[in-house]
Design a protein around this ligand. Sequence first.
Ligand SMILES: C[S@@+](CC[C@H](N)C(=O)[O-])C[C@H]1O[C@@H](n2cnc3c(N)ncnc32)[C@H](O)[C@@H]1O
Length: 370
Amino acid sequence: MAFKFNFTSEDLDLEDTEENQQLESSLNELTIDETNDIDKIPSREYDILSSPLPSVIQADILQVPNVEKALYKRTLADVKFQMAEQDTLIEEHADKDVIPMLNLSGNTDLIKGVYEGGFKTWECSIDMVQYLSELPEEQITNKKILELGCGSSLPSLYLLSRSNTNKVDVQDYNDQVIRYITIPNILLNTVLTVQEPSSSIVEEEEEEIEEESSEEEDDEDDEDDEDEKRIEEDVNTCDAEAEIPTEKIPTMLQLVSERTRAFVGDWSTLPEQLNVDQEKYDMIVTSETIYAEHALPDLISVFQKALKKPDGVCYVAAKTVYFGVGGGILPFCNLLVKTKDKSGDQMKFEKVFESESTVKREILKVSWDL
Ligand SMILES: C[S@@+](CC[C@H](N)C(=O)[O-])C[C@H]1O[C@@H](n2cnc3c(N)ncnc32)[C@H](O)[C@@H]1O
């Protein structure tokens, strides 16, 4: 299954199962359903040791440019398959919301306070992996890291697989995302043995991608072309799978929990769950989480309460502007530099990456300004 990180609204109108998988790609123009006036989900720690797992996980292989190690990412079709298998068991359970989240149509990416987009993989997370891979060894090994709004958690997967000395905690608004995407992805990239397809299949996939890419070059009027081409040229994907023998599940989850804690719920109540009074984080990473202006104060508050002084560093990957929803780099930076913590300290930012594409993407390095 070819995996694309960007697509046109036309793609989203397609209804069959295969095209539905493309919902995991990111949109240029974000739409949020704000009609719900729903209480924020309170933060809590997610119990990794009790996470339900299927006997086999189907994955895409992501080869991020200039990054030596491929990343494995669970397919959404595989999540749907697990849901179908569990169908009779989950009617009364929160997992009944998983299929509606997976099936969100192109009209809405997120439902404010209900579902914040974690099942899709957003393209700035690829930028983040590329950027992290270029940092000097000592800056990304032996670190205590937190990924905020992780979703499929590509940066965490990279950091966990890059060095066994890293400990990486993850947080997503929705526990369904942690359970069915984040934890399986961490397993795929750390403890599981993933069976890769033979090289001939990989070559076929690459040929298909090249054909699609050259067809699109003809359509110069489509302003999404530049981004789509970048992704299709840069990220070659194909299928893989990993078996999970039932008797090994407790040991595997134990191994995950030795390096990772997981948190679900809203940022406003996250700091008290993190035990940051005992130990703060060396690094916080977050991708495509500054799209909604109303959530920026809570996000910045987590940075300030959870990041080590004086040397901790946050990396924020985001589109420069999220058309139609008010968030983006400028409102984030404006608020960051005028927000003080309870000791009166502030943070500063520096742009460390900017894309060449039509829809601009950036990475900010945020650190203490002491
Ligand atoms: C657009 S998704 C990005 C997912 C992932 N980082 C990526 O780049 O693929 C935004 C993520 O931010 C998180 N998020 C958004 N608003 C939040 C809030 N108020 N509290 C906690 N998490 C939030 C959600 O968990 C969601 O997964």
